[in-house]
Design a protein around this ligand. Structure first.
Ligand SMILES: C[S@@+](CC[C@H](N)C(=O)[O-])C[C@H]1O[C@@H](n2cnc3c(N)ncnc32)[C@H](O)[C@@H]1O
Length: 412
């Protein structure tokens, strides 16, 4: 009988150097008198933490963190939608695309990083079942949140028939690849990374900290770590007086590790919100930075308002991921809006195959499916704001590159 392999963490660590004790931070509690759980954690750390550490605690604290809840906080009923949870169109198109490339490269291993509750993998395996031969030979699901990994075990169990393996792990350090051609997928991983927050004051860079004040949490501006100034200099960014910016010091090295993990014949598909450094740090476009908080589909800008109850995100600097690809010898295939990527990957053909072409009967089901299609391609929303970076290496890299540029199946 087939079982899903669940890998344990090699050690109990946070992804960014935080070390959580035995799955629960010692001494934490939801409310202690007038002291909230996060004030307690910050008090244990001396009463003041960098914004990056604050974001790490608010999102990933094992008990109270936003991403540690036992049901996903995103999706239709949650705080925000992602491409895999908005509808099945994104995943169905990817499944269709994998079917086409697997004719040339063989069956693939899909590695989903930041896999959440497994929606992407479950939908992909469901869509691939409809094909004569599923293009997916095995899946690896990497998710930091323990509760989400538990949710996935049940969710993915029904799709394991026909798979060579299905492995769920907390990090890529806890798994190995099968050696099959690899498809790495990451949706809204990098915008969920804790970031440093800096401001230019009197010609000097200062870093935002969060500290315990008389009336609760408050901001403090302290001297900046040299690594933050070095980062901006490397990206040729000079902030304007008073300009705020977020800095993700981990994305580049994390992405390099992922690409190394994939082996010599692979493609990476990364969906996220972001810009290249030139636009991300442009003082006219983003004087206040890109930090955003979400709750019940409402945007706010105050991450201190409800720690653990709000999603906190910051835009990705695509140059970091390009640099990682270059350093690992991968080719940049494209950075497109979601709409353009889906068009290149064959969404029109998928819609046609699903009976939604011009000839379709206009019943309620057709109208609902067309509405979903519109939502994912929305030029004023996800379809344009969400971007897709495709990088490739070896045979899979060139086949995908050719296919997405229209050379192979006439797409695009
Ligand atoms: C916004 S959700 C996206 C979930 C899913 N990919 C989607 O698009 O619907 C971000 C997820 O990234 C996970 N995550 C954040 N950092 C991670 C890391 N270093 N490794 C694995 N998962 C991570 C979080 O636990 C959370 O489940």
């Amino acid at each position: 009988m087939y079982t899903i392999k669940v890998s344990r963490p090699q050690e109990n660590r946070g992804a960014f150097g935080a070390c959580w004790v035995a799955g629960k931070a010692s001494g934490s509690c939801a409310i202690l008198g007038a002291v909230t759980w996060i004030e307690n954690v910050i008090a244990e750390r001396g009463g003041e933490v960098s914004f990056c550490d604050f974001m790490e605690i608010a999102l990933y604290h094992p008990e109270h963190g936003y991403y540690s809840a036992s049901t996903p906080r995103w999706g239709r009923a949650g705080d925000f939608l992602t491409a895999p949870t908005a509808s099945s169109w994104y995943v169905a198109t990817l499944g269709h695309f994998l079917g086409k490339i697997s004719d040339t490269v063989g069956r693939v291993e899909v590695v989903d990083i930041a896999s959440g509750d497994g929606t992407f993998l479950a939908t992909l395996l469901e869509c691939c079942k409809k094909q004569v031969r599923s293009p997916v030979a095995s899946v690896v699901s990497v998710e930091r949140s323990e509760t989400m990994r538990e949710a996935q075990q049940e969710r993915l169990a029904e799709y394991t028939g026909g798979l060579e393996r299905c492995e769920i792990a907390p990090s890529i350090q806890d798994v190995t690849t099968s050696g099959c051609p690899c498809v790495l997928h990451a949706s809204e991983l990098y915008d969920a990374f804790p970031v440093h927050r800096v401001i230019m004051r009197d010609g000097k860079l200062s870093e935002f900290f969060v500290r315990l004040g008389k009336d609760g949490l408050e901001w403090a501006e302290l001297e900046c770590e040299p690594s933050l100034g070095d980062y901006l200099q490397r990206h040729e960014v000079l902030l304007a007086e008073g300009q705020v910016a977020e800095i993700n010091l981990s994305a580049e090295s994390f992405h390099r590790d992922l690409l190394q993990f994939c082996g010599g014949s692979a493609v990476a598909i990364v969906l996220d919100y972001g810009y290249e450094a030139r636009r991300l740090y442009n003082s006219r476009g983003r004087f206040g930075g890109s930090l955003a908080c979400y709750s019940r589909h409402q945007l706010s800008r105050d991450p201190l308002a409800d720690p653990g109850g709000l999603d906190i995100t910051a835009h990705v600097n695509w140059d970091d991921l390009h640099a990682a690809g270059k350093a690992e010898g991968w080719q940049p295939t494209g950075l497109w809006s979601l709409t353009e990527f889906l068009a290149r990957a064959g969404i029109a053909e998928v819609a046609e195959n699903e009976g939604l072409g011009i000839e379709a009967e206009l019943d309620a089901d057709t109208l609902i499916r067309r509405q979903e299609l519109k939502r994912i391609l929305d030029p004023e929303g996800m379809g344009v704001d969400l971007r897709v970076l495709v990088q490739g290496v070896g045979k899979v890299g060139s086949v995908v590159g050719e296919a997405l540029s229209g050379g192979m199946f006439g797409a695009g």
